[in-house]
Ligand binder design. Sequence first.
Ligand code: C2O
Ligand code: CU
Length: 459
Amino acid sequence: MISRRKFLKYVPTIILTTKYKSVFANNNNIINYKITAKKSSFSFKENTQTNLSLYNNINPGPLLKAKIGDILRVNFTNNLEEPTSIHWHGIKNLNKMDGVPYLTQDPIQPGESFIYEFPLNHSGTYWYHAHFNSWKQVAKGLYGPLVITNNKENIFDHDLVILADDWRLNKNFEIDEQSFGSLMDWSHAGRIGNWLTINGKKSPQFQIKQNSFIRLRFINASNARVLKFSSSLKNVRIIAVDGISIKPFYQESFTLAPGQRIDISFHSKDLSEVNFFEVTQKKSLKVFQLKTYGSNPNTYNKRFDFNSEYNPPSLVNAKTLKIHMQGGAMGNLASAKINGIEKDFRSLAMEEKKLWAFNREIGSYEKSLLQIKRNEILVIDLWNDTRWPHSMHLHGHHFFVKSKEFKNVNDYLLRDTYLMQAGEKTKLIVVADNPGKWLFHCHMLEHATSGMVAYIEVI
Ligand code: C2O
Ligand code: CU
């Protein structure tokens, strides 16, 4: 915990007044933000109201924006009635700023403040979210986008965050409180909702210039729903995956699992509108629209290529960590150990609310998987031996993975969250160069809380 002395010394420069406004410090490129978590009322539909938990009373939380090389400093206050913490998803962070309660910091108690302060050494699309009872706090809206820019990439006329969330609402358009903690959800796909928002709104419209160059930064903040997007354009160019710029490739549609990000770019040409759809259901759902205005000169020849070339490291001296993932409904987990005691699946479910295991052990934030020396190469050899997909996330590092998530792409991608299909086997290759204790878990948040979580320690 931060000392009282350090806290008193911290004087916020300006008080935040409007939504997306940043507070710039003395020009030593420390980017200051003030974030408060608090119970807030929110309206999903005209003439309806519900109680959410939000950052700065808005959904999504404030867009945090900084440049590569800056220091991000967030003065956070918890005005909720329960403890919380913030995790900076995808950031190669200082371990003590990673926001995992009990593992990297004490939970931030109601009324307490905590200053998150860390350097931003890579650019891209990230997000931040609550990591205390995240299955509930994230479902109630405690998250926001974090965009780290890089001057080389400032060639777009429009650069927009498209943050998607899948909410479960009752018929009064209130958050469905009753179903929180449902074992049915936890043992199946997780908490699947019935109301999809983009930046907190149903089917919003964005204004863009005609003949303009556009970058869209998609983030999936859903607890459990895997989304798939397509558009009225024939193809979109995928330019970054989980924050990392890649050698671009074209896709008609792309999948986005909980926690994942994908950046795309395209030129609006002479079109008057571009529509985006979510296409996992029988009937595709129009999720947002870009509407063009003005008559801009054609700038289509504006080219860009800022792909970073990267290759996985040699595996000659790599360490391997095998993880056999089991559990859930219709699975084959007969029994597993919890705190050293073997229990059958039924008792685990009924007595402990635990349903998922790595190597027949129920995980937690304090369960260690392995210790590895700094700069060693780690291969996480995963087998999803369950009947469900899982969106596997590692804190503090990106990993190389031969992704099967895109059509006709059979290449290594650097991701921090990888969607594994039921039965899939895959290897995540990690250059373990960031010291500390790093959580590895399923980002279907109900799966994580019921056992699909543990940590790796880099010493
Ligand atoms: Cu975005 Cu531990 O998670
Ligand atoms: Cu899962």
